[in-house]
Design a protein around this ligand. Structure first.
Ligand code: TEU
Ligand code: CA
Length: 558
């Protein structure tokens, strides 16, 4: 069996990766064209965000048919070719399994909607309303009610994301078998495994009770829809019936999953999943309702970031859980803009964040464009494409009475589109992404910020990613070793030791845009040897260590 934990994974959001036929939309042939680029980077696996037939209200996450490729992306032949070409380069393909919901155009849902007595009706949650209102007070992830009304049957159905993403009822055994069939179909083709979309949301409160019934208005029902006990039962069944029969990787997306939850999902004894993403680093600075919750938006400090990071590292290690370690993806702002400095210290902070992600305990993920230090692309209202952003603009004004210009500025900052603008390949028109009209704006900074330039420069962010991937692979301690945090109270730098019985590595990263000092007098850290760093100058160890803005170093301790 493959040891998937030691792999390096690159996420492709296909629509914005590379367009091969000039229609302005990235596609599978476009990905094939870039496989050599990915091979040079040194990654092992590609996680492909959904490429199935989709209604595209949530760009691929609202699936009409799991057995067909979205024609915008190509054909099943293109997919098979991608799989084969990737394999030739030693790269595996991870598919995105969206099993919490289907789109309302999926044949299951169409049958369910057409005929209330159809067996498919129970594949979803159809309920009568309460006094002219939805069945309960649940608020959707994207704002507004979680229920969508069907005028024909006068019933509502549960839609926890967009109104066309219909939540599946995992209580229904035939539905579950239907999902397992889909999984077998792709695994039999030879894919490497699955990233599972909001997999911790598949079981809901049996009675679909109101959240905080005494409160007025919609409530986000976290405890009633996330990490429910039965989620584990279903995942164990999925593992027994499907996953255990294949040598495959499994990564769950744990939307708002806590540490105890992630341990249960990923502990080898649970026989559920191998690893899980958590959201806690990205929730920093957000209100309880998420990125657009303006009521509690606050500025976080590096100490807050460290606290979350260190606590996840230590707890997962102590309790035997395993995370997918990431700083950005298609749902989050660009990591340099969010956690680093996208102006003066763009290069330095991109490298510092890379070093951080690749020296932690967990399996490292890279999101397309991260490896060249892409930054948020602020968009004007008519350039927004994401449903969540467009909807939040209305919700902020109507439900929360925020003036339009403030709503716009909140959206502009947090919009998922920030990280969905096309990959910047070169300095040619549209950053070399397409010869046609791109489906979403290309960040105008592509003349100075693109992969071709970075490939030429030994000091570039891209070169640093390559070197860092190679560095991680050369030092298995970075994957398997223990994690011990030092200097917890230091306000700027993250400091930790990774250790196994062969090696002891000492990592220091300045997360700030200021110079900083760390005092190692009176500690037993003496004269370690520098083996890797973000800055190329000689950096001998000093008892009072000085770090430049976003400087990171790795020493070997005796
Ligand atoms: O994301 C789950 C999820 O919780 C996000 O919706 C997150 O809360 C949101 O981005 C915060 O702004 C997954 C996918 O990664 C996302 O792209 C989908 O929109 C969502 O599920 C629904 O399938
Ligand atoms: Ca195309």
């Amino acid at each position: 069996m493959t040891n998937w934990k030691e792999k390096v994974i690159y996420q492709i959001w296909p629509r914005s990766f590379n367009d091969s036929n000039g229609d302005g939309i990235g596609d599978l042939v476009g990905i094939i064209e870039k496989l050599d680029y990915l091979k040079r980077l040194g990654i092992d696996l590609i996680w492909l965000s959904p490429v199935y037939l989709s209604s595209n209200k949530d760009y691929g996450y609202d699936i009409d048919d799991y057995y067909h490729i979205n024609p915008e992306f190509g054909t099943m032949e293109d997919f098979d070719k991608l799989l084969e070409e990737a394999k030739l380069r030693g790269i595996g393909i991870i598919m995105d399994l969206v099993a919490n919901h289907t789109s309302d155009q999926h044949e299951w849902f169409k049958k369910a909607l057409d005929d209330p007595s159809s067996p498919y009706r129970d594949y979803y949650f159809f309920r009568k309303g309460k006094e002219g209102s939805p069945p309960n007070n649940w608020m959707s992830f994207f704002g507004g009610s979680s229920w969508t009304y069907d005028a024909k049957s006068k019933e509502y159905y549960l839609t926890q994301f967009t109104p066309n993403q219909c939540d599946l009822n995992w209580e229904n055994v035939n539905m579950r078998q239907g999902i397992y069939d889909i999984m077998r179909f792709w695994l039999d083709k030879g894919i490497a495994g699955f990233r599972m979309d909001v997999i911790n949301a598949i079981s809901k409160d049996e009675e679909l009770r109101d959240k905080d019934p005494d409160k007025k208005g919609l409530q986000f029902p976290a405890e009633l829809t996330l990490n429910r006990p039965k989620t584990h039962t279903y995942l164990q069944e999925m593992n027994r019936e499907v996953l255990s029969k294949y040598d495959c990787i499994t990564i769950g997306e744990g939307a708002l999953a806590g540490q105890e939850d992630v341990v249960r999902y990923t502990h080898p004894d649970s026989k559920e999943l191998q690893m899980m993403f958590h959201f806690d680093l990205h929730m920093l600075g957000c209100g309880s309702l998420g990125r657009y919750d303006f009521r509690k938006l606050y500025r976080w400090r590096i100490l807050d970031f460290k606290k979350v990071l260190i606590s996840w590292q230590t707890e997962m290690q102590k309790q035997g859980g395993w995370i997918g370690s990431y700083l950005s993806n298609h749902d989050q702002r660009r990591q340099v803009s969010l956690f680093g400095d996208d102006k003066k210290f763009r290069r330095e902070s991109a490298k510092a964040l890379c070093l951080l992600n690749f020296t932690l305990r967990g399996t490292p993920f890279i999101y397309q464009g991260e490896e060249i230090g892409m930054v948020d692309c602020p968009l004007r209202q008519h350039e927004w494409r994401d449903y969540e952003a467009i909807n939040a603009y209305e919700v902020l004004q109507q439900m929360m009475h925020v003036p339009a210009f403030i709503a716009r500025s909140i959206i502009k900052k947090a919009n998922r589109d920030n990280a969905r603008t096309p990959m910047q390949w070169n300095a040619m028109k549209n950053a070399g992404f397409t010869t046609g009209k791109p489906w979403i704006k290309v960040n105008p900074n592509y003349m100075q910020l693109n992969a071709e330039d970075d490939e030429k420069h030994p000091e570039s962010i891209l070169t640093f990613y390559r070197d860092t991937i190679a560095f991680r692979k050369k030092h298995p301690v970075l994957t398997w070793g223990s994690f011990t945090s030092l200097c917890d109270a230091h306000k700027k730098a993250v400091v930790y030791i990774r250790e196994d019985n062969k090696e002891k590595l000492f990592v220091l990263i300045n997360m700030s845009n200021n110079h900083t000092k760390i005092n190692f007098k009176n500690t037993n850290i003496k004269a370690p040897r520098l083996i890797y760093s973000t800055h190329k100058e000689e950096r001998p160890f000093e008892e009072i260590m000085k770090l430049a803005p976003f400087e990171g170093r790795v020493y070997e301790l005796n």
